[in-house]
Each structure stands twice: as C-alpha cells, then as structure tokens.
Write a protein that binds this ligand. Sequence first.
Ligand SMILES: Cc1cc2nc3c(=O)[nH]c(=O)nc-3n(C[C@H](O)[C@H](O)[C@H](O)COP(=O)(O)OP(=O)(O)OC[C@H]3O[C@@H](n4cnc5c(N)ncnc54)[C@H](O)[C@@H]3O)c2cc1C
Length: 489
Amino acid sequence: MAEPIRNVVILGGGTAGWMTAAALSKALERSGTAITLVESEEIGTVGVGEATIPTIHWFNSLVGLDEARFMADTGATWKLGIEFRGWQGGDSAYFHPFGTYGSPGDGAMFPHRLARAWLGGEDAPIEAFSLTTQMARARRFAKPVGDPRSLLSTLGYAFHFDAARYAAHLRMLAQARGVTRHEGKVAHVDQDAESGHVRALVLDNGERIAGDLFVDCSGFRGLLIEQVMHAGYEDWSHWLPCDAAWAAPSAAEAQVTPYTQATAQEAGWRWRIPLQHRVGNGYVFSTRFQEPDAARALLVDAMESPPIADPRLIRFTPGRRKRAWVGNVVAVGLASGFLEPLESTSIHLIQSGIGKLLSLFPRADMNPLLAEQYNRLSAREIEEVRDFVILHYHRTQGRAEPLWRHCQTMPIPETLAYKIEQFRTSGRIMLGIDELFRDASWFAVLTGQGTRARDYNPLLDVMSEADNREQLRAVRNAIRGTVAKLPNA
Ligand SMILES: Cc1cc2nc3c(=O)[nH]c(=O)nc-3n(C[C@H](O)[C@H](O)[C@H](O)COP(=O)(O)OP(=O)(O)OC[C@H]3O[C@@H](n4cnc5c(N)ncnc54)[C@H](O)[C@@H]3O)c2cc1C
C-alpha cells in the first residue's frame, strides 16, 4: 500500500479555494495531513457567484456551518427559486421553484396528473401547484419539514449571499482548523522530471510550497490544470453563446424578494439577486450579438436604482476542462470549467467536485484509476447541467432578436433533443439516476418555455378524469391555505 498524502496545496482563495480548504480541513482533521492555501490579493477573485441551489445545505453541514451565523456574516437572504421573465417575449414570466409540485411524495407523478388535466381542457396554472412558488410570490418563508405527510415537506430553499463574505467566512473556519495561508503570486511551478507531477509552487517572493496533491482553484486561467498539465478545454460556445457579463450592485430593497430574477434581454439575460445589504445585478450577454458598451448601458438603464459601484466586465468561455484531474492536480471551480449562471450551478459544481475528491481521495502514488473515475463523473455531471441550461435558450419563443433566433434554430445536443422529444410525446421526464435537476425542475422549465406533453402515464387511468381534477383542486386549495398561514420572508 502506498504512503498517505502528507501535504495538500490549494492554489486560489476564491469561493472554490476556501470551500475546498474548509471541507478538506474537516475531513482530514485528525489525519496529520497539512493543508496550505496560496492566493494573491493583487490578482483577486472573480467576485461574483451569489445565488445557490438547495444542495448547498449538504456542503454547509459537511463543513459545520451554523446557518444563522453564516447568514448574518454573509448578508444572506432566502432563495426559493428563479423567476424567468420575458423568456416567452413581452411580459411573460414563469417560476422555477425548489422543492416539488403537488402533494407530498407525488414528485414524479404530479406532472402526469397536471398534463392529463390540461389535455382534458382544464386551464390550471402550474404555479398554483407549487407551495414553494406560492410562498415566493407572497414573499413568505418556512423551512421544509421532514414529515413526509406534511405539505411543508414539498418545500425547498437555498441562499443568496455575498461571495466575498462567504469566502471570508469559510476562511475563518478553515484557518481555525489549521489551514495555512500564503499570500503571493505563483511565479514558477516545479514538476517531477519523470512523472510530470507538480512538486512545488514557487511564489514571486521566493517562497517554495511543496505538496503531494495540488487542488487548482486558480479560476478561469486554470494555472496548474491547463498551463502546466495541459488538460485541454471543450468549448461549448456553439450551444451557449453568452461569453461575458457586466455586474453591478445597487442599494438594498426595503422588503427582500426571496428569489432570483432572470430577465431575458436583447443579447442575453439580466440577473437580480437581493442580499441583506445590497442587490446584485448583472447582464450575461453574447459579444457576438452586442458590443460591451451597449450591454453596459442596457444593464444600467434596466436597474431599478443606480449602481453603487462601477459595473465590472467579466469574460468567459463556456465549457469544461477535458480532464479535471491530471496526475496529482485536481481542478475545482472555474479552473475545471464554467457554465453560465442561469441556473446558479457553479457553486454546486464546486461542492460536488469536493465531494468526489473526498470519496476518491488518493494515496501518494496517485492511482490513475481514481482520476479516471473523477473525470468520468465530472464530465457526465456538467453535461447534464449544460443540457438543462441550453433548454432555456433553445425553447424560447416570442423573441425575435438575432441571439434568440440563433438559439431557437441551433442544433442542440442529442441528449437534450431526446429528453424534449420524450416529454413531448409521452410526458416522461427521462433522468439519469443522480442527475442534479429532477422532475419538478424539468417540468417547470419545459412548461414555462411553452413545451406541453401530448400524453401522460396511463397508470393514472385507474382514476377517473373527474377524480383527477378533484384531487388537483384539493392540492391547490391546501397550498393556498398553507401559504396564508406562513410568516413573511
Ligand atoms: C458572471 C458570473 C456570475 C456568476 N454567478 C453565479 C451564481 O449566481 N451562482 C453560482 O453558483 N456561481 C456563479 N458564478 C460562478 C462563481 O462565481 C464561481 O464558481 C466561484 O466564484 C468560484 O470561483 P473560483 O474560486 O473558481 O475562481 P476565482 O474567484 O477567480 O479565484 C481564483 C483564485 O486564484 C488565485 N490565483 C490565480 N492565479 C494565481 C497565481 N498566479 N498566484 C496566486 N494566486 C492565484 C486568485 O488570487 C484567486 O484567489 C458566476 C460566475 C460568473 C462569471
């Protein structure tokens, strides 16, 4: 059996770096393994990434965050889902909620019940059947309960938070558990002449940081994974045309909106993320379809109140690193790839990368089979999320600007075309076993983007159409009654 890892070096102190440091310091607490993090204040972080999805609870409990303290420290607010505005043109809007639709435990079957009612001529809005959506619309809040008989078990929630404060909060935890931080820019990387493995980072102040395992959290540049290990990058711009974003904060709102807004615009879409101390605004756009200056003006004009700091331009290439783990370097965060933030999935992908690293944690001999499994799982996961994001762009109707015409007619991945066709013809939502977005999410977005199922699961026919409608009415009333009793967000 090979020797254990004695020194882990994390390059980067953005969200990915400090999440990795917090998780590894917890997992390796009594192992005697040293963890060192290198970051450069001069280079800085990407500084965005403020909306999360409910899987964040897994990570927060893994690292032992106290929710109330974390919310206070990071200016966090509740997030119940995303409101998509204008994706079907004009004033159209739909909601992608967390949690499930319908009665408790009815998650996968509910879309069939509603599809059946729609096919029978019933005009029932999908939103009325989601407790989370109704709660969001009423700006109320409650946490899900464990009791599977309670309607409150259908709820889901996540957070909006200040990315810089989140990293600072995790830094405090990680340093308290013994992680050592080094300030400085990497000037040179020492590699083993034979294996090509990274042996040490040499900083511009001459310091040499040696390690057995290196986690590359250096952001888009992928300093170790790409510039040193040449992992390769798969570019997805042909499916996801947006390649830049302007970001600007504005003053906090009086009553916090407990959801993210994503508003379709001429050459992309605009986000609005309310925090306790400010509102985060941004415009994700395609430079192929709009000049950055025009995009900046669009964002500033559309904001409800003037920016309280200068808008910042961030450029990116959507896609994934062909191998996220090469030799003794594992890339986590933006260094491993990037999907634009339409469904707030990057922080999830960070924590999922960390989860995989923990379960495949190597010995000093770096068994290549572990890397192979890591790369296989990472590729599948990000491709599944990619398809879900492309769905939004591709199924948009009622918008005629060049970007949207391009997206409506572009060829899409076969895996996505298959899912859409299955849903259209059979009402089935075809998911992999551990796919991130489940039935409720696909149902919300497919329906919101104007795709209706032409059939439903025939097992439902054991119940009469009238009984099905009656059951739907009962759920709708129960949701209305429950929301009325909940406290404000
Ligand atoms: C426009 C936009 C909006 C986003 N919105 C969301 C969202 O709503 N939800 C979500 O989940 N995610 C979102 N993301 C993604 C999210 O911001 C990132 O996943 C997250 O911030 C992680 O970034 P990172 O830590 O990988 O990289 P970075 O923040 O770029 O950190 C890189 C680190 O590496 C260090 N570094 C780099 N080179 C060197 C060097 N040579 N020497 C020393 N140190 C070095 C830097 O100093 C820094 O500390 C968004 C991203 C973008 C671009």
